[in-house]
Design a binder for this molecule. Sequence first.
Ligand SMILES: C[S@@+](CC[C@H](N)C(=O)[O-])C[C@H]1O[C@@H](n2cnc3c(N)ncnc32)[C@H](O)[C@@H]1O
Length: 395
Amino acid sequence: MTKARQLASVTLQPGAVRRITGRYPFGHAGDIAAADAGITPGEVVEVRAPGGAVIGRGYFNPEGATPLRMLTWEREAIDLHFFRSRVRAALARRAGRITGTNALRVLHAEADGMPGVVADRFADVLSVQFRNAGAERHRELILRALREETGAAAAFERSDTGERRREGLALRTGVLWGDVPERVTFFEDDLTLHFSPMAAQKTGFFLDQRDNRRLLRSLLSAGEAFLDVYSYTGGFSLHAARAGATPVAIDKDQVALGVLEREARENGLNVGVRWGDALETLAALEREGRVFGAAVLDPPTLAKRKEDVPRAKRIFTEGAERVLRMLQPGGHLLISTCAHYIRVDDLLDAARVAAGEARRDAEVLAITYQPADHPHLLSVPESLYLKSILLRSLS
Ligand SMILES: C[S@@+](CC[C@H](N)C(=O)[O-])C[C@H]1O[C@@H](n2cnc3c(N)ncnc32)[C@H](O)[C@@H]1O
């Protein structure tokens, strides 16, 4: 337990006070005026304004790229009770909002007041990720809070994200408690889905595309060809196949495509797979004269920094241009980005250039954002990451 009077202090620069008292949770190196000597990575500190007034408490990692991560703006102990109440609040916030599935994100890091902790629930199994030194240092309390509040029978860790390296932490994976099955099983609507806890990407499955999968499925007709670009294990393809469409899934991850083929078989569905680079495979499909009724373009992050955005836009443009040329009139294309730095306007720009190059007219039918179990907190702009545009080809 962290006792209030034992906390070390960190003092902010005058220019950072308004931002951080305004509930922005990150303090960068330039925001810190002074820190007590001897603070060790991930320690909870008292955060002070230049005159000494206490602003709140947070994790401090003198060696981290983002040294300060605010936990609270109250004078409260950072203990089991604190973490339990954060998990409880996160569960309450989601109650009744995620339907038709037994899989959801339970903790979405800063957006749930739990810096650096991501936890996804798949039926009775939790997948947990600790991304920074503060979360790592408090892992036992956080895991106890998660276990007691969710009642999950088993949990495993996938703390193998690059962010940990920037915090000076080693990668860490393995069973946390209970009997973790070789294949985690859950359902999304009328599909039974699986992943292998240690071989899957990220925390296992892209739960954040759930609403978009449903949206595209609702637009598909039986017999239509569907193109799933950057498919991973084919969440979009399996929904499309359930609607009677004939999907083609493209990914460079051969293991993921193997999982997709097995999922299709076990759900009694047919999905064609193409292993390879997305843009090259699109070019090949074009040469084959293929035509599709709908498509999704859902690449990996592409822009981890602002400077990466122009390059990312060129990839979106090339992909969208190739897809639009193969889309039948009236066909739908969903373009998604999971990069915070790529804005909706960037997607629209990239799509506009692509449609122009393909000599197609298209209508923007919808702009969508991440679902309710991946909250976008107003005070944390970085918590908005998934943005998608839905186009309908008019010519
Ligand atoms: C955001 S995930 C896609 C999630 C998927 N749409 C779903 O709903 O589960 C991005 C995928 O792109 C794949 N990928 C990354 N670079 C690629 C490339 N150059 N060509 C093909 N696939 C690529 C990754 O293997 C990963 O599966």
